[in-house]
Design a protein around this ligand. Structure first.
Ligand SMILES: NC(=O)c1ccc[n+]([C@@H]2O[C@H](COP(=O)([O-])OP(=O)(O)OC[C@H]3O[C@@H](n4cnc5c(N)ncnc54)[C@H](O)[C@@H]3O)[C@@H](O)[C@H]2O)c1
Ligand SMILES: [Zn+2]
Length: 405
């Protein structure tokens, strides 16, 4: 038996933030990040709509990018004091993810962070509050997913919380919120969405319900991401929908080793001065992982179907896979994303010598590869890599060399 779960309602289109006016309840707590939502006026708008609906509103502000366990606990305390019956999370993936975890702790105050991390082990929620999610970036799709990613900074590791219980009740996908994104954020979150759709399509858990969502998202991202990056706001709006469709696919079909590898390298070289941003890591690793996975016959066929759907040509599956890889690399060029870790600058742009020194990479390689194999996303990847293969794959992602194994 398989399960397919999405929010009960989804409002979309320009101005759909207004749907908040129709909310029925007594108290809403709005959870937001640093300042973008306040600065661009969306926080005031949301508050006014909720008050128009007759709700008492409190704001929990200042959720940082890549939110910490401490922030989650602080937010849950604020919820326990205010006792909202609606949690309204708005902003990028970070504040929405943090609010999901706060929600668990609010409903079950004795729950520890370790309890939350037991995959599909969250007790029944919605005894105290329901959850509204309003994304302002076009990538994570956390507004429709069963996931929340929280960082335990004492261990330097990102932990996924995964359970359909934390799939939001309602999502608003209003493209106006995405219009203020800086270019770099558009590029990174957009390639994150492309990776979600491609990985969901070739995942071993793909099914008739997730395939159309993944394929349509891929086609839209192919058509719209680069133009959105270059400032076309109609395409920006389309990308906001596309990333959400990709999310609907991957929350049900799960992901693959591009994400396993991105999760374990994001913060691994932090002491050398930078993060490898999630979407940029995905964009660099995706073409390499496609070449690796395509050695599996079923995966090769499905990559061929993606290439056909994108209209890339090719006389057989080998040619189609090669054309798909070539196309994705061209997108990276157009979005100013490097092809490999060696050329990944501290500002995320391509550079001759990036911020991760070769000897440091090689020293950390066995551990990073082992951690990537253990990542929750590896299980649904079409080809299970050995330690040796994962290390070789990472080397290809460092030097931008061909995957021939
Ligand atoms: N839950 C999931 O299913 C899922 C999936 C993928 C990634 N993630 C997680 O999501 C987080 C990343 O989320 P993200 O990429 O959305 O970024 P983010 O939420 O971390 O935000 C990044 C920066 O962009 C700013 N910002 C957000 N929206 C803006 C806007 N409209 N205009 C101007 N600035 C804006 C924020 O203030 C912040 O400084 C990571 O922690 C990642 O691990 C979660
Ligand atoms: Zn992702």
């Amino acid at each position: 038996m398989a399960r397919f779960t999405l929010p009960r309602d989804l409002y979309h289109g320009k101005g759909s933030l207004e749907a908040l006016k129709g909310l029925k309840g007594k108290k809403a707590m709005i959870c937001v990040g640093g300042s973008a939502m306040r600065k661009f006026g969306f926080l005031d708008k949301a508050k006014a709509y909720l008050e128009e609906a007759g709700m008492e509103v409190e704001i929990f502000e200042g959720i940082e990018p890549d939110p910490s366990v401490e922030t989650v606990m602080k937010g849950a305390d604020a919820m326990l004091k205010f006792e909202p019956d609606w949690i309204v999370a708005m902003g990028g993936g970070s504040p929405i993810d943090a609010a999901k975890a706060m929600w668990i702790k609010y409903e079950y105050p004795e729950t520890t962070f370790e309890d939350m991390c037991k995959v599909f082990g969250i007790p029944e929620l919605r005894k105290k509050a329901h959850f509204y999610a309003i994304p302002s970036t076009s990538g994570t799709a956390t507004e429709v997913t069963a996931f929340s990613i929280i960082t335990d900074y004492s261990k330097g590791i990102k932990y996924p919380i995964a359970d359909f219980e934390i799939t939001p009740d309602v999502a608003i996908v209003d493209p106006e919120l995405a219009e203020t994104m800086p270019k770099k954020l558009v590029a990174h979150t957009g390639m994150d969405a492309m990776t979600h759709a491609v990985e969901a399509y070739v995942s071993t858990l793909n099914c008739d319900y997730t395939d159309p969502l993944a394929l349509h998202a891929i086609k839209m991202i192919q058509n719209d991401l680069v133009d959105s990056y270059n400032g076309d706001m109609e395409k920006r709006a389309s990308m906001h929908n596309a990333q959400c469709l990709a999310g609907m696919a991957f929350t049900n079909a799960l992901l693959g080793i591009v994400h396993s590898m991105a999760h374990k390298t994001g913060a691994a070289f932090e002491s050398y001065g930078a993060h490898i941003i999630h979407g940029a890591a995905n964009a660099m690793y995706l073409p390499k992982v496609i070449a690796f996975n395509a050695k599996d016959a079923t995966a090769k066929k499905r990559y061929g179907q993606i290439a056909d759907f994108m209209g890339l040509g090719g006389a057989n599956d080998d040619e189609k896979v090669a054309l798909l890889i070539k196309y994705l690399r061209k997108m990276n060029d157009e979005l100013n994303i490097p092809h490999c870790i060696k050329n990944y600058g501290a500002d995320s742009y391509p550079t001759e010598q990036g911020f991760v020194p070769e000897e440091v990479f090689l020293e950390k390689l066995p551990e990073i590869a082992a951690n990537a194999i253990l990542d929750a996303c590896t299980g649904s990847n079409p080809r299970q890599p050995s330690q040796e293969e994962m290390e070789k794959l990472f080397k290809c992602c460092y030097y931008d060399t061909e995957v021939d194994f």
